[in-house]
Design a protein around this ligand. Structure first.
Ligand code: ADE
Length: 256
């Protein structure tokens, strides 16, 4: 059955419009997943449609009220199997590819995008199954976080990317960064595509790509390498990359 994604947001158009492009737009139009929206303003429970109020204890900004959010969830839950509800806040666990793959397992995911200074903590505590952040910075609302999560999830669904292998080769699938990519022309001024990619030797190409992926992870994100156990063959490739990198730096004396 097609996955269902519901975004609880005061700005449904913002999310809907961005989702109509490229991979996500095609996934939706081809029925690989369904996307719908609930606007808490429709459940404000007051004539002014206000969904926020001043924070207890004082201080700047406004806080999103529990009742409109809870009523939004009630509207979603009626008539569907229990969805998995995610609150989007900077206080949540930081998203990574493992979390994306885990979220992608749920048949129905609800993403609650907060606005203002934050969401009343009682909603997060009682009504959300998880709380995720997309990074250590503060956005003006959870909509962009919802877009990031939906995009990352949808590209992992079966039959969404032209070639399912391209999702598996993405950076972070397998815990390391992707290898460098090139397309025509083979030469632009002094910049040329590595010879191995032009030769048609598929085993040599696969070896070169793996070595580059390991090497650039070591150079750019050593923290990722610390989290995975490399096979002997990968360790050998990485050592080869490190030797070459150090030689290129003109510093063959430092050990790895
Ligand atoms: N809302 C505001 N900032 C956010 C962040 N970094 N991640 C998720 N939701 C947010």
């Amino acid at each position: 059955m097609a996955r269902r994604y519901t975004v609880v947001t005061l700005f449904p158009d913002l999310v809907r419009d961005a989702m109509t492009h490229g991979v996500t737009g095609r996934a939706i139009s081809r029925g690989r997943c369904k996307l719908d929206f609930i606007n808490p303003r429709d459940y404000a429970g007051n004539t002014r449609g206000s969904v926020d109020d001043a924070p207890y204890g004082g201080g700047p900004g406004m806080v999103m009220r529990v009742e409109p959010l809870r009523a939004s969830l009630d509207a979603i839950k009626s008539g569907s199997p229990a969805p998995f509800v995610v609150g989007l806040t900077p206080q949540g666990r930081r998203l990574d590819q493992a979390a994306v793959l885990d979220l992608a397992r749920h048949p129905h995911l609800v993403l609650v995008a907060g606005r203002y200074e934050g969401i009343d903590e009682r909603f997060i505590e009682r009504d959300c199954d998880a709380e995720w952040s997309i990074g250590d910075y503060v956005l003006s609302g959870g909509e962009i976080a919802a877009l990031v999560i939906l995009d990352a999830i949808i590209r992992t669904l079966p039959d969404v990317l032209g070639d399912d292998a391209s999702a598996a080769a993405d950076s972070f699938c397998g815990g390391i960064l992707d290898w460098p990519h090139y397309t025509r022309p083979a030469r632009i001024g002094e910049q040329s595509v590595p010879d191995v990619l032009l030769g048609g030797d598929h085993a040599a190409i696969a070896r070169w790509r793996r070595k580059q992926a390991l090497g650039r992870t070591w150079q750019r994100r050593p923290d990722l390498l610390e989290r995975i156990a490399l096979e002997q063959s990968d360790l050998a490739l990485l050592r080869e990359y490190q030797r070459e990198a150090r030689l290129a730096e003109g510093d063959a004396t430092r050990d790895c």
